[in-house]
Design a protein around this ligand. Structure first.
Ligand code: SAM
Ligand code: SF4
Ligand code: SF4
Length: 334
């Protein structure tokens, strides 16, 4: 039976972080000065095995889950990730199964992921300009690697969306070219307001380019945009359409928060459950599992965590004093 939190929000989406490591060092997510060679990543034994992830997910499905997203860190660097997809698919043939990736390993993995039962990928792409791409990701990889991954994903039949985080005085110039590259491929670009997740990315309000500004940039270059309704209230992106029917998503978590419809739980790579992206701490399901908890114990623990949930950080960020140690996005999963 599906459950609701203390504000009446169901538990529909689960984001599973499979690793806290990444082959990029995006300045807004894992700045190298904080995630350098001396950073202590999780030890292998602290990370949930695929079997443990599957057990937790199996306990959550009867509570109302309809969407699962595999994320990280970079999920495609975890060994044999398609095996996890296969295991999750075996739990529920109708589940919406998605994965978020920076895309550089997607060309290599797309076919196996599709065969394993993945429905969709969301590919992050912040710049097409070669130098800017490498600066923002602090990486040697190229935007062409990402585009090749997107093209392969489309070729094997995965649904694809593109995510672009926009930062002021950095990649506004990339908004229109990215939208056009997406339209050529008949996929939806989604532009995301830079968020104050974690405590290492030096976020400040001035570096946020609002959804309204992004829309203005796009309508100046592509012509008028019309609002279209999304499929579901818990969809994070507000959708707009050009006069040619091309779709654009705006994720305005800073200027237009959507906590009222937030039905997302997150599992960190080390097996804690978080009920908000901006949480300061999670609740440890891994210990429960490793101490021999069965499906019923997990069901009870998750039920009690979700029913007492009252998070609405994005709606209250200006009222509250900032929490001191917000968890990092690369750890909890974006
Ligand atoms: N490594 C994968 C990737 O980059 O797609 C998956 C994990 S990443 C944490 C998930 C998403 O979070 C990416 O689309 C990334 O751009 C976004 N993200 C990370 N830090 C962010 C921030 N401070 N504000 C907005 N989006 C952010
Ligand atoms: Fe890695 Fe994704 Fe974070 Fe970039 S946004 S550092 S690719 S986890
Ligand atoms: Fe959901 Fe927390 Fe984001 Fe609000 S701030 S939309 S509750 S994850």
């Amino acid at each position: 039976m599906s459950i609701a939190d203390s504000l009446g929000r169901p538990l529909r989406d689960l984001r599973i972080s499979v690793t806290d490591r990444c082959n990029f060092r995006c300045r807004y997510c894992m700045p190298r000065e904080h995630f350098g060679t001396d950073h202590e990543f999780l030890a292998r034994e602290d990370i949930l095995s695929y079997e443990e992830i599957t057990t937790i997910t199996a306990a959550m499905i009867p509570l109302g889950l309809s969407k699962i997203r595999i994320t990280g860190g970079e999920p495609l660097i975890r060994k044999d990730i398609a095996r996890l997809i296969e295991m999750l698919r075996a739990l529920d043939a109708g589940m919406d199964l998605a994965l978020t990736t920076n895309g550089v390993l997607l060309k290599r993995h797309a076919k196996t992921l599709k065969h394993a039962g993945l429905n969709r990928v969301t590919v992050s792409l912040d710049a097409l300009d070669a130098a800017l791409f490498q600066t923002m990701g602090d990486t040697e990889h190229t935007a062409d690697d990402v585009l090749a991954g997107i093209d392969e994903a489309l070729k094997v039949g995965l649904k694809v969306k593109v995510n672009t985080v926009v930062q002021r005085n950095l990649n506004e110039s990339q908004i229109t070219p990215i939208a056009q590259a997406c339209f050529e491929r008949k996929i939806t670009p989604r532009f995301i307001e830079f968020m104050d997740v974690g405590s290492t990315n030096q976020w400040n309000y001035d570096s946020v380019v609002s959804g309204a500004e992004i829309r203005e940039i796009l309508s100046n270059t592509l012509g008028p945009l019309h609002s279209v309704s999304t499929g579901h209230p818990s969809d994070v992106a507000k959708l707009w359409e050009t006069e040619h029917g091309e779709e654009i998503g705006l994720i305005q978590s800073v200027t237009s928060p959507f906590c009222g419809d937030c039905s997302r739980a997150r599992i960190s790579a080390n097996g804690s459950i978080y009920t908000c992206l901006f949480a300061t701490e999670g609740q440890d399901l891994r210990s429960l599992l490793r101490f021999g908890a069965g499906k019923q114990d997990l069901d009870q623990a998750i039920r009690s965590i979700w029913t007492s949930r009252k998070d609405r950080y994005s709606e209250t960020r200006t009222e509250l004093s900032q929490p001191k140690s917000k968890v990092e996005m690369s750890f909890i999963g974006g």
